[in-house]
Structure formats: C-alpha cells, structure tokens
Design a protein around this ligand. Structure first.
Ligand code: AMP
Ligand code: MG
Length: 349
C-alpha cells in the first residue's frame, strides 16, 4: 500500500489538506492524525470493513476495543443508549480533552469497535487538526494509538512513519503531540465510578466532580481467571527492545542505585541507557544518558516518555535504567506506562 504523508500546520490549517484527509476517511481508508495525547490511527467508526483495517495494520488483538472520537456533543446521541447526569458533568468539565468515557452503546455502534462489550468508549479530542478532520469527515472516527501493537505510542509523525508506512493510506504530520500519554479511561456506567486507565485527566481532577471515584485495581474475577475491566490493560505495551528496570523511592537512593547497576552492567559488557531527569542528569557519568523531563514539572516527563523509550532503542542499548516518579497527579499515568514498558520490573529502593 502506498502511504501518503501530508504535512499540516496546526496553527494555520490548510482546508484543502483536511478535505483530502476527510475524503479518505469517508472512503473507508486509514488515516493517522495527531491528537493532544498521542497520534491516532483513524477510520470511519461506522464502517466495519474500515475498522477491521485498523486491527490489521496495527496487529491489534480483536478483543481490545477502540475509542470513538467526536467533535460535538450532538454526535454522541445516536451512539449511546443514555447519558447519566454524572457523565454530563464530566463531559462539560473535561471535554475537549484527554478523557475517554464509557457509555452503554446503541445498535448503531458496530461490535468490532467494542469487541462485543455493551459499552462504547468515546472521546472529544482537543487538537485543532483532529477537530477539523472530525468536522469535515462528519462521522465518528475510531482511532487507537497509531503504533504497531506492543510498541510505545507515537508522539510525533516520524514514530508513525516508522511503524505504519505501507500499512495505512495516509499519515498527517502535524508536529509533536502535547500530553504524550493516552487518554484517561473513565467508567461511570456502573454503580461504582472507576478509572480503568490513568491518563492526562487525573484522579485528583476527577475527584472534584466524583468524590468517591476509584482507580481500578486492574481486575475483575471471571471463572477464577483475573481479567482487567479494560481489555487493553492486559496486553504488553510500550515495550522497548531493551530490558527496562524502573527504580522508585527517595531520589538520592534511586540515583545511587542506578549508578551502581550501570557500573555492574557495563562491566558485564552491556550497553546501558539511563533515563534521567533535569535535576539528576549530572550525576551520571557512564552509559547513554537521556533526559526525559523535569521532576519539578512531571507533565514534561509524560510528554517525552514514549519518545525517550524509542530513542533508547535507536541507540541500541541492551538495558534501560529509569528513575520512577511519585504516583500523584500525572505521576500515576507515568508509572502505569513505565510499569508496562518494563513488564513490571519496578524496584523500590
Ligand atoms: P488505545 O486507543 O490504543 O489507547 O486503546 C484504547 C483503550 O480503551 C484500551 O485500553 C481499551 O481496552 C479501552 N477501551 C475501549 N473501549 C472500552 C470499553 N468498552 N470498555 C473498557 N475499556 C475500553
Ligand atoms: Mg494503544
């Protein structure tokens, strides 16, 4: 398949380019586009064949449901059975933005979108290119992250080009994304409001509207098997080629431990990458040191996390030693992604 890369300036959007991309969506083609979280791989959410193409291009397991993206509240009504009061309040406060909300789905939503579940995940993104594409396409767009399944989500067009060239019809290059991590997934469809996946809208933000909101512990019981309520959470994600270890605790102890480990590994002949922060970078004198962001402003760490993981792979390191962060505000989502990227290899010092 020939993949067209189309550059669009998000601050000066060329209408003709948006029409070209929207025509692709309407024709059932696959178009990757930027959002404020990560790049999405879009297709007409009401066209089953097009949606099937998303799963094929990404190599995504069929039981992992997709998020539908919209640009106006009116677009929701045909897609859902009801909108509870609490859901309205969340939409009003956090949309457009990095919050995905589950609704009881209507008959119109194809089963392939929801992987057979009776809920559908919907989000209104806050990125000018995404909004214009949605408006011009005039259909809900299904869009998971535009990476090959299992790899870190793309936060710039180069990442998408690396993963999906030849597999999709168009890639819109709209520069770097902002938040850098995927949206928060919120379930207010049952009796117990729950965050199924932490993201840019945090537990602390949501508590202002839902004081008793809880963060899902990841599991419900099903025939003795433990399965996550959000199917995507059970898969290996964001995985670098290198083996990754994350250290948490007091920052001075983390730095000492990483230096000690780096020394040992280098003696064994390993190529070591260190994921450092602005505040700690000067402590590290060995290995490939990359600064992911500032501990003073954890949003910068979220923004750069996936890019930094990909950069370590580009540098062909064997092992990544990463500093963890405190799990408050955006830190919860950062540690969730680090946990997955490291296959759970988090060590408290
Ligand atoms: P991605 O678009 O790649 O960020 O993945 C979408 C995430 O939303 C995955 O973790 C899915 O499991 C989750 N998701 C989508 N629809 C539902 C749903 N109906 N119920 C629970 N989780 C969902
Ligand atoms: Mg994804």
């Amino acid at each position: 398949m020939n993949t067209k890369v189309l550059e669009i300036d998000k601050d000066n959007i060329d209408k003709g380019s948006i029409i070209e991309a929207a025509n692709m969506i309407r024709a059932g083609k696959l178009v990757a586009f930027p959002t404020e979280t990560v790049y999405g791989l879009g297709a007409d959410g009401l066209n089953k064949t097009a949606v099937k193409g998303i799963f094929q291009a990404k190599g995504r397991p069929q039981d992992n449901p997709l998020i539908l993206h919209i640009h106006s509240i009116e677009q929701i009504f045909p897609l859902v059975k009801e909108i509870p009061e609490l859901t309205y309040e969340c939409m009003k406060k956090f949309w457009p933005g990095p919050l995905t909300i589950l609704f009881k789905k209507s008959e119109l939503v194809p089963d392939i979108i929801t992987a057979g579940l009776d809920t559908v995940a919907i989000r209104m993104p806050d990125h000018p290119i995404a909004v214009e594409l949605l408006r011009e396409s005039n259909t809900p767009i299904a869009a998971p992250s535009a990476n090959l399944s299992g790899k870190p989500s793309p936060t710039n067009a180069e990442h998408v080009i690396e993963d999906l060239t030849g597999k999709v019809d168009m890639i819109i290059d709209g520069g770097d994304t902002g938040v850098g991590l995927e949206s928060t997934v919120l379930d207010v469809s049952g009796n117990c409001p729950m965050i199924l996946r932490p993201g840019g809208v945090t537990l602390e933000d949501l508590r202002e509207i839902i004081p008793d909101i809880i963060q899902d512990l990841g599991t419900i019981k099903e025939d003795e098997k433990i399965v996550p309520k959000s199917p995507g959470q059970k898969y290996r994600h964001y995985a670098p080629k290198a083996d990754m270890f994350v250290y948490t605790g007091k920052i001075d102890s983390i730095v000492d431990k990483i230096k000690e480990q780096a020394n040992l590994l280098i003696k064994e002949g390993k190529k070591v990458g260190i994921m450092a922060t602005e505040e700690t970078k000067d402590n590290y004198i060995q290995g490939t040191v990359l600064v992911v962001g500032s501990r003073e402003n954890k949003n910068t760490i979220a923004t750069n996390l996936f890019k930094t993981i990909r950069l370590f792979d580009d540098n062909n390191v064997d092992v990544i030693l990463a500093e963890g962060v405190e799990t408050d505000h955006i830190g919860t989502a950062i540690m969730n992604r680090m946990m997955k990227a490291s296959s759970g290899k988090i060590k408290k010092i």
